[in-house]
Design a binder for this molecule. Structure first.
Ligand code: ADE
Length: 232
């Protein structure tokens, strides 16, 4: 099968490129797509750049141009839930867009006509992630991830996002990948490791923990790839 592995920042895919080693690089849509062969399967790796627009573009290119049959996203997130500490892992059971707001027309936050507030992750992929966590004795939280084009470093804003969307973590790309993959009928999974608590220290914590938390997420993602391949 052809598997797309996506991050937002170079730090989020560097551990993947190191692991899959021999790859060809194809330039397309002002981005680079790294193609590797792994256990007779094709792996397409890219980072989108930060935010929903670039994530939408890259997820779409992966599906339409590189024909990936599943998209697995790896990266870091800010914690909303008090259960989540720096370095902890969360897999999204659903994703929403916390900055999508046409409430002036009577719609709920995160909703536009013909869309959905929450997009559910593929349950088979979530189960694979859970079984990897069980095998390895790693704690993996399953929760709602809220996406927006904002780096949140404000306790009030993060608590608002937590209350309105029942979200456990927030980041800047997952909800966009969810819309693309759902619309194009490609199973997807969004995995994140916590880099900060989206509070006043978030900017400093993000800089300090981006690399280590991105590596935690990428290493776990590789185990998911192995288990997915076993089943295909
Ligand atoms: N990704 C990691 N931390 C984040 C934060 N605090 N806000 C938005 N995206 C993030």
């Amino acid at each position: 099968m052809t598997i797309g592995l996506l991050g937002a920042m170079v730090e989020e895919i560097e551990p993947l490129l190191e692991f899959f080693k021999d790859y060809e690089c194809i330039e397309y849509a002002e981005n680079r797509f790294y193609i590797a062969k792994y256990k007779e399967h094709k792996i397409v790796i890219a980072y989108s750049k930060i935010g929903k627009v670039y994530a939408t573009l890259t997820a779409t290119v992966m599906i339409e141009r590189f024909k990936v049959e599943t998209i697995l996203f790896s990266g870091v997130a800010g914690a909303i839930s008090k259960d989540l500490k720096i370095g902890d892992l969360i897999v999204a059971k659903a994703l929403c867009q916390h900055d999508l707001d046409i409430t002036a027309f009577g719609h709920p936050y995160g909703f536009v006509p013909e869309g959905q507030v929450c997009y559910k992750t593929d349950s088979k992929l979530v189960n694979i992630a859970k079984s990897v966590a069980k095998d390895k004795g790693i704690i993996l939280k399953e929760g709602i991830i809220a996406t927006g084009d904002q780096f949140v470093a404000d306790t009030k804003r993060k608590e608002w996002v937590g209350k309105i969307f029942e979200a456990d973590a927030l980041e800047m790309e997952g909800g966009a990948v969810a819309v693309v993959a759902h619309s194009l009928k490609v199973p997807f999974l969004i995995l994140r490791s916590i880099s900060d608590a989206a509070d006043m220290d978030a900017g400093f914590d993000f800089d300090d923990f981006l690399k280590s938390s991105a590596t935690v997420s990428a290493e776990f993602l590789i185990c998911i790839v192995d288990k997915l391949i076993e089943k295909n």
